[in-house]
Design a protein around this ligand. Structure first.
Ligand code: RRO
Length: 289
């Protein structure tokens, strides 16, 4: 990639036009919305609510299925940066079916959505599933395979090590934190699904800690995601050990797509000012153990 700042899965990754626009706005790579074997409408609404420090979502994996998605990837590729397809399934067979059915520059295995029955974190919280699914997909495709991990476990490093044993080329940390909001007038859970995933600034310290722990234990690259909205946030997650950074919820902020340029330009001015390379910045905080 020409720079380490990518569009995270799930935000604006449903259409080729928005993938392409993220690329043209300065993203070094883009990740699609997760796609599976069959079309899904997702959970009933409300599916997103703004809360203090971020967003709570329970979209419920809405997607048109891989059968109807190649064109979006192809349009996204016109942006001139790698397009990584985020994919999900209920087990190794479904993951392989989707991966073999799509042509992308890489795959990100969603083993971490916090609120979808039979998918995501329901299977991805067990290290044996992470290892088996990673290995099976790796054996079926020739492009890089990343595994997106859930922070909603006691031991995210155990999951990262399982992905590494399965042959992953990298892990992506973190998906959203399982969370809930209740309307105080009615007492009703706000999200249609009741529970959802928290993203945005509130989860950044959790992401920093997960990346730090993973980068200390793994030999494969860790891609950091969670509450990154400025070049300072990007620098912080790289100092924790991230080899790349993904930006999601911040795309809904005032800057919109311009956030990619402000992060990449801010980061390179910072590196110039410090007389450092990205490589030298990576994992800097781990020296202070
Ligand atoms: O679609 C979703 O509701 C969703 C997914 Br696939 C995910 O990985 N993480 C998330 O917070 N929401």
């Amino acid at each position: 990639m020409k720079n380490p700042v990518m569009l995270a899965a799930g935000i604006l990754g449903t259409t080729g036009a928005s993938l392409k626009r993220a690329a043209q706005s300065g993203a070094g790579g883009v990740v699609t919305k997760s796609v599976g074997v069959a079309p899904r409408e997702g959970h009933r609404g409300p599916t997103v609510v703004q809360v203090e420090g971020g967003l709570l979502n329970a979209m419920g994996l809405p997607n048109p299925s891989y059968h109807n998605f190649q064109e979006e990837i192809d349009i996204g590729r016109e942006g001139g940066v790698p397009v990584v397809a985020s994919i999900f399934g209920s087990g190794p067979e479904e993951f392989v079916e989707v991966a073999e059915g799509l042509e992308a520059d890489g795959f990100e295995l969603n083993l971490s959505c916090p609120h979808a029955e039979r998918y995501g974190a329901e299977i991805g919280c067990e290290a044996c599933n992470v290892e088996e699914i990673t290995r099976t997909v790796k054996e079926s495709v020739a492009v890089p395979v990343w595994v997106k991990l859930t922070p909603n476990v006691a031991d995210i490093v155990g999951l990262g090590l399982a992905a590494q044993r399965g042959g992953a080329d990298g892990v992506v940390a973190i998906n959203t934190l399982k969370a809930m909001a209740i309307d105080v007038e009615s007492g009703r859970p706000i999200l249609g699904n009741r529970f959802g995933g928290l993203s945005g600034p509130a989860i950044k310290p959790v992401a920093i800690r997960c990346v730090y722990d993973l980068a200390s234990a793994l030999e494969i690259p860790v891609i950091g995601v969670g509450g990154v909205s400025s070049w300072q946030d990007a620098a912080e997650i790289i100092m924790a050990g991230a080899a790349g950074v993904q930006v999601g919820t911040a795309l809904g902020g005032v800057e919109g797509y311009a956030v990619f340029r402000s992060i990449t330009e801010g980061l390179s001015s910072y590196l110039d000012r410090k007389g450092m390379t990205l490589e030298e910045l990576r994992g800097l905080a781990r020296r202070f153990s």
